[in-house]
Design a binder for this molecule. Sequence first.
Ligand code: DQA
Length: 148
Amino acid sequence: MIKILVIHGPNLNLLGKREPGIYGKVTIEGINKKLKEMAIKKKAGVDIFQSNHEGEIVDKIGKAGNKYDALLINPAAYTHTSVAIRDAISAIDIPAVEVHLSNIYAREDFRHISLISPVAKGQVSGFGADSYLYGLDAAINLAKKITK
Ligand code: DQA
């Protein structure tokens, strides 16, 4: 069975209460439920991890190569700052899909740069919680080596 690791970065545990005008009212539990439902339909497994700590995310990615077929990650604010997370993704040999709830290119200039995109297979940005579902679809297809 295809196994996907999902990582939510910092402050995404606050979804629902956090800037609902930007991120919507969906909670992280709501997103995780949708991801699990989609995984069941597609006969894939998902493990989900959230952390506000860069080093914990780096550790998790570092161990993912042996256990998972693809990585789905919303690096949140670390998208724009973390060479360590970028290098961790680069170091493993499974494909990564980067997702964002908001359209990072329609926001402040500092969000227009992603340090993660060059080491990801692709990015989904701007579709709210659906970004994760499109991203999971892509991650599963990549893991199965299917390209649409
Ligand atoms: C985000 C966008 C980032 O710029 C921001 O720091 C986040 C969330 C998104 O999902 O839209 O925390 O990754």
